[in-house]
Design a protein around this ligand. Structure first.
Ligand SMILES: Cc1ncc(COP(=O)(O)O)c(C=O)c1O
Length: 378
């Protein structure tokens, strides 16, 4: 199988990830932070190791500012619902995934007002449009770091600077970029960063996290056992226990730690260079095929490893099925859980066929994809 669905979840994972999950399950699969026996301590150590690895990758000096969640959706729900209250105003973009849009729509019922700032046809947002939308009750600005439909990288530094100037919290959805693009949280004006562990961070499914800037307090969505202050009937207020109730996904987190090890050892820059080389090759190949529409910016430096296309007026889900059945190529067709983004680029009806590159994608595979698209276009 030629796996071109890395934007949904990355596959394959580095060998070390499988090994770390297996070792955790077999050797010390106890509950971290609860009991005091050797296995529980080892489980606690691996969770700390992964948290520290995330701190290294995102340049966060206190790794306890990063909490573990199940996925990016879980992180976004906490960041959004833990911040916004009745009467608040929130600004976001027309390129967001439903994991931002749906929690907001739910809050709209409870009296939160939303402004969606519209991107252009390439999915690019003008930060000045965000500035113009600010009101006296704007509490939160949310932007995806890169669109999962067009790959467009958003000007998050510029947007964050505006948010900071007005004293508004800034939440970034790094689902398509964490592990791929450099994210320096000591430097960037970001208050909260939501990320999945299972995409470019190369960890297993069921892992994710949320960075919460020091001094920012959210209302937790869940209360329960944390292994700390067991005598208290009240949720602890300190990080990360305030937000990490219940047994966490220790095997998944062990695998995520190994995924980040791979990135740190291989070099994030080299992975990005590899993916961008393939991206350029793919875009150049597609540009020669008649009838193919490519969405998003032409400049590879302005996009993540996601390429959405259409072939004439052909149904995108049907094309994705043919790629799978005839050519053994795994892509995604239809709408990619981001109807506002599809509306922005004019593909709400047709959807798109989305190819997404990963660190283990090869030149040979890209050539085969171009060839398959050429044949389908005829
Ligand atoms: C931009 C974006 N945000 C959020 C998500 C949700 O991520 P998860 O599946 O980890 O909840 C995705 C998933 O594809 C995404 O692409």
């Amino acid at each position: 199988m030629i796996y071109m669905d890395n934007a949904a979840t990355s596959w394959p994972k580095p060998h070390g990830v499988y090994k770390a999950v297996d070792k955790c399950m077999k050797k010390y699969g106890a509950n971290p932070g609860r009991s005091g026996h050797k296995m529980a301590i080892e489980a606690g150590n691996i969770v700390l190791y992964t948290r520290e690895n995330l701190g290294k990758l995102f340049n966060v000096s206190d790794p306890f500012q990063i909490i573990f969640t199940c996925n990016a959706t879980d992180s976004l729900n906490l960041a959004i619902k833990g911040t916004l209250k009745e009467g608040d105003h929130v600004i976001t973009t027309s390129m967001e995934h439903n994991s931002v849009v749906r929690p907001l729509k739910e809050l709209e019922k409870a009296g939160v007002k939303i402004t969606f700032v519209k991107a252009n046809q390439e999915g690019i947002i003008d930060p000045e449009d965000i500035k113009k939308a600010i009101k006296s009750n704007t509490r939160l600005i949310i932007s995806t770091h890169a669109s999962n439909v067009t790959g467009t990288i958003m000007p998050i530094e510029h947007i964050g600077t505006i948010a900071k100037e007005y004293g508004i919290s800034f939440l970034v959805d790094a689902a398509q970029t964490a592990g791929l693009l450099p994210i320096d949280l000591a430097r960037l004006p970001i208050d909260m960063l939501a990320f999945p562990g299972h995409k470019s961070l190369l960890g297993p499914q069921g892992t994710g996290g949320l960075y919460i800037r020091d001094g920012l307090s959210l209302d937790p969505l869940r209360q329960g056992g944390t292994g700390s202050q067991s005598e208290s009937l009240i949720q602890p207020i300190f990080m990360p226990d305030r937000y990490e109730s219940g047994t966490i996904n220790t095997p998944g987190i062990a695998g995520l730690g190994a995924g980040i090890d791979y990135i740190l050892t291989k070099g994030q820059k080299d992975i990005l260079i590899h993916e961008r080389m393939l991206l350029q090759m793919f875009l150049d190949g597609l540009a020669t095929i008649q009838g193919v529409t490519i969405y998003g910016p032409k400049d590879i430096n302005r996009r993540a490893g996601v390429v959405s296309i259409n072939i004439d007026e052909k149904d995108s889900s049907e094309m994705a099925n043919l790629l799978d059945e005839r050519y053994n190529i795994a892509t995604r067709g239809g709408l990619h859980c981001a109807p506002l983004a599809h509306n922005t680029i004019g593909t709400l009806k047709q959807g798109t066929v989305r190819f997404s590159i990963g660190p283990f994608t090869t030149k040979r595979e890209i050539k085969k994809c171009i060839n398959a698209i050429y044949q389908l276009s005829r």
